[in-house]
Design a protein around this ligand. Sequence first.
Ligand code: CU
Length: 155
Amino acid sequence: MITLQRPYGVLLLILPFVAFAGGAGCSTSFSISNVQIPAPLPGQKNAAIYMTIQNGTSENRTLMGADCEDAAQVEIHETIMDGSVASMRRIDRLPIAAQSSVQMGPGRIHLMVINLKRELKEGDLLELNLRFDNGIQKIYAPVVAPNDVFTLSGE
Ligand SMILES: [Cu+2]
């Protein structure tokens, strides 16, 4: 884990964001953006991670899982509603079809770091290796104040 010396917004939140306005010339890139971890309450050992995974390529991709040196394990979770009661369920893999995107967020799909070995505080970065079917992608997830969690509108 790395403690930030300066604002991280430019690097992590803006750079990977690829606009997907319709029309000709769809992006052919694969990008991960809006990565964020709401700061867990003191003593909490688990934390959710949100991100947007955009697959502008013509190939289907699958997120198989993730690894984090600062936690015992990382799981992919989905949130399920039973009436008004929300609970989380582990899923083995997360498909991201060609020309589509997955927006994680509160009440949706998210990653969950389990049994953190360190306390996560606002401004920290958590290094994660995302295991996709075609290789590993390293990301640095910034810890943000829960009130600052950025959610995209719509589905
Ligand atoms: Cu969860």
